[in-house]
Write a protein that binds this ligand. Structure first.
Ligand code: ASP
Length: 299
């Protein structure tokens, strides 16, 4: 009997599921991050069970982002810090790699899960991004859960730090489902003590969040520099036009961001293989797995 060529097998075999999540890049010491490490493990395990039972990458990206927003352990959702006016303005983006559909919100006040509002923008409007008051009116109409009493809800209150100390701690998810579809989500409270109305990279497709048929990316770090370098889209472009492998593309895009003067990290996942999670900061809180491999959590 004639043997089936290996390449044919490779083409028909479904790509293994894979996932990476992050809880921000920054000046972290692993010994101070026990709660975050424990939580990232729980979230990644839940994501793995979702993917194993056939969930879509887009649903996994949204649901895990909600868990990270609700934890109060990262600078996103409940863990958001106030801006210089003492207000809580949140940004988020979600992107489906297969359809290239995107939803994003920026400078959103008064809602618990910006990533859910972003998904609603994607699915229930003809637009990609809503900002400020318009986003809030829309979120209310979509029955998104409001935060009635910000001072009781958000963990971080008041800003006493200097600009050099501005904390980072955005959350992000990249997922590949059993069909090989990719999706990404990024959600943040932005930089602690940021100016009112300041929007960083996280909600901007191509800067802090991206997914297409090739790669899904979520970034974290000093957003201004990720915007200057268009880091998330740059990873995809390096793979498409330069034929770079995922890891090389992510490292090169991050090096370009660093050359602009910033620091941070990315999680990125291609159509095949494991995720890559490079960073230029002292640490990055993250977890990942591929196929039946071990789940890894690290800072
Ligand atoms: N990139 C985010 C921003 O600049 C901050 C972070 O990653 O923690 O808004």
């Amino acid at each position: 009997m004639k043997k089936t060529p290996k390449s044919t097998l490779d083409n028909t075999a479904p790509d293994p599921i894979a996932l990476a999540i992050h809880g921000g890049a920054g000046n972290y010491d692993k010994s101070d991050q026990n709660a975050q490490v424990k939580h990232l493990r729980q979230v990644a395990l839940y994501g793995r069970s979702m993917l194993r039972s056939g969930a879509k990458a887009l649903d996994v990206a949204e649901e895990l982002a909600v868990m990270l927003e609700d934890a109060g352990l990262y600078v996103a959702g409940k863990g958001t810090g106030p801006n210089s006016a003492g207000e809580y303005e949140l940004d988020a983006c979600i992107m489906d790699g297969t359809s290239r559909n995107i939803g994003a919100v920026c400078a959103l006040k008064g809602f618990k899960n910006p990533v859910k509002v972003a998904r609603a923008v994607m699915e229930r409007t003809p637009h990609v991004m809503l900002a400020g008051r318009g986003a809030e009116t829309f979120a209310a109409l979509q029955n998104c859960t409001p935060v009635e009493k910000p001072l009781e809800y958000y963990i971080i209150r008041g800003v006493t730090r200097l600009p050099e100390d501005l904390d980072t701690g955005t959350i992000g998810v990249v997922a590949r489902d059993h069909k090989g579809h990719l999706a990404a989500a990024t959600s943040t409270g932005g930089l602690l003590g940021k100016m009112a109305g300041r929007v960083g990279d996280s909600p901007l497709p191509g800067a802090g969040c991206w997914a297409d048929g090739r790669v899904a990316v979520s970034c974290t770090g000093q957003g201004e520099y990720f915007i200057k370098a268009a880091t998330a889209a740059d990873i995809s472009a390096r793979m498409a036009y330069g034929g770079a492998a995922l890891e090389d593309a992510a490292k090169a895009a991050l090096a370009d961001m660093k050359a602009q003067g910033g620091y941070g990290g990315v999680i990125a996942l291609a159509k095949t293989g494991p995720p890559t999670t490079p960073y230029t900061s002292k640490g990055m809180r993250r977890a990942w797995f591929v196929g039946d491999g071990d789940l890894v959590v690290d800072v």
